[in-house]
Design a protein around this ligand. Structure first.
Ligand code: SAH
Ligand code: MG
Length: 258
């Protein structure tokens, strides 16, 4: 059952219900809420049961300083930064891979770029692409306040236009931008990905809609269709090995074989 968020919020009882479920927490980054009753429980992310997500988040140590401030800012301004469990996964992955060059599509306020910078060696450089000028300005300000300012390079523009201009190889590429364009990004990045390199794609399960038609809302149909096509493609592509991990909003990893 899908209910537009605005409609939902007109109903005072629904507000109380949602507040109750989320214990006063802000519902962030969404203008539609899908209410789905399962065993008497209402869920928002549709990727995991709430109790699993809540438990995982409860044991992850809180960030301090600027990372915490960026989390608060993102929540307040509805900027869809990576969830804390995805940030943790990113940190561990990067410790294992130890990349020297990282490419990110979708900078927003620079949160994930800073997570990546803080999890890599001092000689690892990060190139990150963002289409929105206001975001680029904000991200640059946020990054300039940190010790990572020399390692993160923001490029403003449409990824589909910037990607063909990039040269050299990247050991790790992170997609976190327009979900309907992942296949296009992937094809533009294939030549930029080093052998044994990894592409990590965020939000691939898209609030569960990708996995179940029951959850798909009409105006997200195209995105869902494209994400399904993308996942099918990367999971069956010769020379690559992919997996889908149901944390956050769904994460896919694609490894390029030698
Ligand atoms: N990775 C960030 C969040 C990114 S939000 C973090 O976790 O901290 C997604 C961002 O991608 C938005 O700021 C949006 O403006 C940008 N974006 C979407 N499509 C894009 C495209 N085609 N080219 C460049 N940027 C794009
Ligand atoms: Mg994301």
């Amino acid at each position: 059952m899908a209910i537009p968020f605005q409609e939902l919020m007109k109903n005072i009882w629904m507000q109380i219900l949602i507040n109750d479920i989320y214990r006063g927490k802000l519902i962030r980054g969404i203008d539609h809420v899908l209410i789905y009753a399962k065993e008497g429980k209402f869920r928002l992310s549709h990727i995991n049961e709430d109790y699993i997500e809540e438990y995982i988040r409860s044991i992850i140590p809180e960030h301090e300083g600027y990372l915490y401030e960026l989390e608060v800012y993102a929540e307040k301004h509805h900027i869809p930064i990576i969830e804390r469990e995805v940030a943790q996964m990113l940190k561990v992955l990067l410790k294992i891979i130890r990349p020297k060059r990282i490419l990110e599509v979708g900078t927003a306020i620079g949160y994930s770029a800073l997570i990546m910078a803080s999890s890599t060696d001092g000689d690892c450089n990060i190139t990150t692409i963002e289409r929105r000028k206001d975001m680029v300005v904000l991200a640059q300000e946020n990054i300039d306040k940190t010790e990572y300012r020399d390692r993160i390079n923001i490029i403003q523009g449409e990824a589909e236009e910037i990607l063909p201009t990039l040269t050299g190889k990247f050991d790790f590429i992170f997609f976190d931008a327009a979900k309907g364009q992942y296949l296009e990004f992937f094809n533009l990045c294939i030549g930029l990905l080093a052998k044994r390199g990894i592409i990590m794609s965020d939000n691939v399960l898209f609030k569960g809609m990708v996995a179940s038609d029951d959850l798909v809302i009409r105006r997200k149909k195209t995105i869902v269709k494209r994400l399904r096509k993308y996942l099918k493609y990367i999971n069956n592509l010769e020379g690559y090995e992919s997996c889908i991990i149901p944390i956050g909003d769904g994460v896919a990893l694609t490894y390029k074989k030698e």
